[in-house]
Design a protein around this ligand. Structure first.
Ligand SMILES: [Zn+2]
Length: 259
């Protein structure tokens, strides 16, 4: 006879096993494409003698290592200092049939008086928005990728994918990633600011026919954050948080629909 205590114990154990994903989930079939923003002639944000393009490449390499350690397959859109044209980045993700696409960036603001006030980590997914802050950040990140593309093409490109079916999945992925980044960062940086998950019209995410997010890992214009951003410790927390967030997302999808 099973006592009520035992039944409860087995139920909890079963729930825990299902909830944690268990060792049964095979990750070798999950390819993750990581996109280090900017590169080559496009330096991204510049401040205090530091360049966004260098920072995001460092973080991307840590991400590659961490994803591989956890059993995922990884592909980088760039593994050195080179420029990629609009569309090339997400086209790689499509060609490789990636499960998710993650673009890594660092944030910046224009107003010098607010350099040391504005800080935090933010994760974006593609969507048109009226939010002025998201629009400003998207405009800055879009600048270089859109060089040589006329206004009409830009609008056609973005309209074609807005409201697409991937938006809900991208939103879910963004929530898992942002939450896990903050969890890891706060182990060492109690004051790390959670900038949250936001929708924004980033062109690098346009054309991605899979769940895609853009992570702004911190503000290069904020002196406290800039110092942290270039340390191995901060970068490792970011990498671990992203990998855990992606893992959570992929495991959940697999359970739902054999994703
Ligand atoms: Zn950027």
């Amino acid at each position: 006879m099973l006592s009520l205590k035992k039944i409860v114990f087995y139920l909890v154990a079963l729930l825990l096993l299902v909830g944690c994903g268990g060792p049964g989930i095979d990750r070798a079939d999950s390819l993750v494409v990581i996109d280090a923003g900017h590169g080559g002639e496009d330096c991204g944000a510049l401040c205090g003698g530091r360049q966004e393009k260098d920072l995001v490449l460092q973080i991307t390499k840590k991400l590659q290592k961490e994803f591989k350690r956890k059993g995922y397959r990884v592909y980088l859109t760039r593994s050195n200092d080179r420029f990629l044209k609009l569309g090339e980045r997400t086209r790689i993700a499509d060609k490789k049939d990636a499960k998710v696409f993650i673009s890594i960036h660092a944030n910046a603001i224009a107003n010098r008086e607010r350099f040391d006030i504005v800080e935090g980590v933010e994760t974006y997914f593609l969507q048109k928005t009226r939010d002025a802050k998201s629009q400003r950040i998207a405009a800055r990140e879009n600048q270089a990728v859109l060089q040589g593309t006329d206004e009409l093409s830009k609008n056609v490109i973005i309209d074609a994918v807005l409201n697409g079916p991937k938006i809900i999945q991208s939103h879910k992925l963004a929530i898992d990633v942002q939450g896990n980044i903050m969890k890891h960062l706060r182990n060492d940086y109690k004051d790390a600011k959670n900038g949250g998950v936001r929708p924004a019209p980033f062109y690098v995410l346009v054309g991605a026919s899979r769940p895609s997010i853009l992570v702004e890992v911190g503000y290069i214009t904020n002196s406290k954050e800039r110092e942290r951003l270039f340390t191995s410790k901060y970068q490792k927390h970011i990498a671990k948080g992203i990998v855990e967030g992606v893992g959570r997302y992929i495991d959940n999808r697999k359970r739902e629909v054999g994703f």
